[in-house]
Design a protein around this ligand. Structure first.
Ligand code: CP
Ligand code: NVA
Length: 285
C-alpha cells in the first residue's frame, strides 16, 4: 500500500477506496500528534470519513457507562480507534461494541506503534524474525510491552536494559517466551547492546506517569541514555528507533536521533501505512 502511492501528494486518494461509505471515530483521552494525524489522513486516503473526538467532551466512563457508549457509537460509525488510560476502558469498549475497536495506546500497550516499527525494520533490513531488539528504560513502558507482543507474533529476541524494579510485566515476557523468543534482562547497558540489530528507547516519563516522580525517574534512568558511545557497541548496521515524542538529550541524544542509525521519521511515517492496513484487516475490506 505504501509503494502503491509513492510520489503522490498526501491528500491524493489511493487507487483503491476501501473505506468509501465508512466513517471512523477517533477518540483521544490523551494528547497525540502522530496517532491523530496518521489515522485521519489514512482514512481520508482510503475514501472514508473520520470523527475526531476528545474524551473530555464525551460522557465516556463519567456520566455514561463504557458499555453503553460502545453500543451507541456502534450505531453511528463503522470502526472505533481509542487512545485511553486504563486498558480496561479499551477492552470493555471492544467487548460491547459491534464494530471493531483499535488500540491507539493505553497505559499498558501501544500495538499500532509496533506494527509500524516492524514494518520500518523490515523495509531497511529485511525480516525481523530472529533479530535482536534491545529496549532501554522503563520496562513497564507501553511501547516495550507491545514489542513483547510483537516478538510473540514475529519471532524476534528482546533484551531489556533498565534499573532494578522497572522490569517488564511477567505476562508479556511469558507471552514472548512461550512463542519461543529469548527475553533477557541485562542491567548493564553496554552488555545489553552487544550484537543488537535494533536499539529502542522511549520517554522516561509517560503521559500517564505521575509528574511528581519525574526527578527520581530521571535519576534512575540516566545511565540508560542512548548516546553515541552506547551505539558504538551495537552491530555496525543496527537501527535506532523512538516512537516519538522524544525528550532530546534525555533518553536519547540528538546525535543518535539524527545520526546514521536512526530511522525515527520513517517510523513515524509508517504509522500511516501500517494503520491503513490494520483498518482494512479489521473491516475485512
Ligand atoms: N508515537 C505516538 O503514538 O505519537 P503520538 O502520541 O503523537 O500519537
Ligand atoms: N510511552 C509514551 C508513548 C507516547 C507515544 C507514553 O505513553 O506517553
Amino acid at each position: 500500500m505504501k509503494t502503491a502511492r509513492a510520489g503522490r501528494s498526501k491528500g491524493e486518494p489511493d487507487d483503491e477506496q476501501p473505506l468509501a461509505g465508512h466513517i471512523v471515530a477517533l477518540i483521544f483521552e490523551k494528547p497525540s500528534t502522530r496517532t491523530r494525524v496518521s489515522f485521519d489522513v489514512g482514512v481520508c486516503q482510503m475514501g472514508g470519513k473520520t470523527l475526531v473526538l476528545s474524551g473530555r467532551d464525551m460522557h465516556l466512563g463519567h456520566g455514561e457507562t463504557i458499555a453503553d457508549t460502545a453500543r451507541v457509537l456502534s450505531r453511528f460509525v463503522d470502526l472505533i480507534m481509542i487512545r485511553t488510560f486504563n486498558e480496561s476502558v479499551l477492552t470493555e469498549l471492544a467487548e460491547h461494541a459491534t464494530v471493531p475497536v483499535i488500540n491507539g495506546l493505553t497505559n499498558r500497550t501501544h500495538p499500532c506503534q509496533i506494527m509500524a516499527d516492524i514494518m520500518t525494520f523490515e523495509e531497511h533490513r529485511g525480516p525481523i524474525t530472529g533479530k535482536k531488539v534491545v529496549c532501554y528504560g522503563d520496562g513497564h513502558n507501553n511501547v516495550f510491552s507491545s514489542f513483547l507482543q510483537g516478538a510473540a507474533k514475529f519471532g524476534f529476541d528482546i533484551t531489556f536494559s533498565g534499573p532494578p524494579g522497572l522490569a517488564p510485566e511477567d505476562e508479556f515476557m511469558n507471552m514472548a517466551r512461550k512463542a519461543g523468543c529469548s527475553v533477557a534482562i541485562e542491567q548493564d547497558p553496554v552488555k545489553a547492546v552487544q550484537n543488537a540489530d535494533l536499539v529502542v528507547t522511549d520517554t522516561w516519563v509517560s503521559m500517564h506517569d505521575s509528574q511528581s516522580a519525574k526527578e527520581q525517574r530521571h535519576n534512575l534512568l540516566r545511565p540508560y541514555q542512548v548516546n553515541d558511545d552506547l551505539m558504538a557497541h551495537a552491530r555496525a548496521d543496527a537501527l535506532f528507533m523512538h516512537c516519538l515524542p522524544a525528550h532530546r538529550e534525555e533518553e536519547a541524544t540528538s546525535s543518535v536521533m539524527d545520526g546514521p542509525h536512526s530511522v525515527i521519521f520513517d517510523e513515524a511515517e509508517n504509522r500511516l501505512h501500517a494503520q491503513k492496513a490494520i483498518m482494512r484487516w479489521c473491516l475485512a475490506i
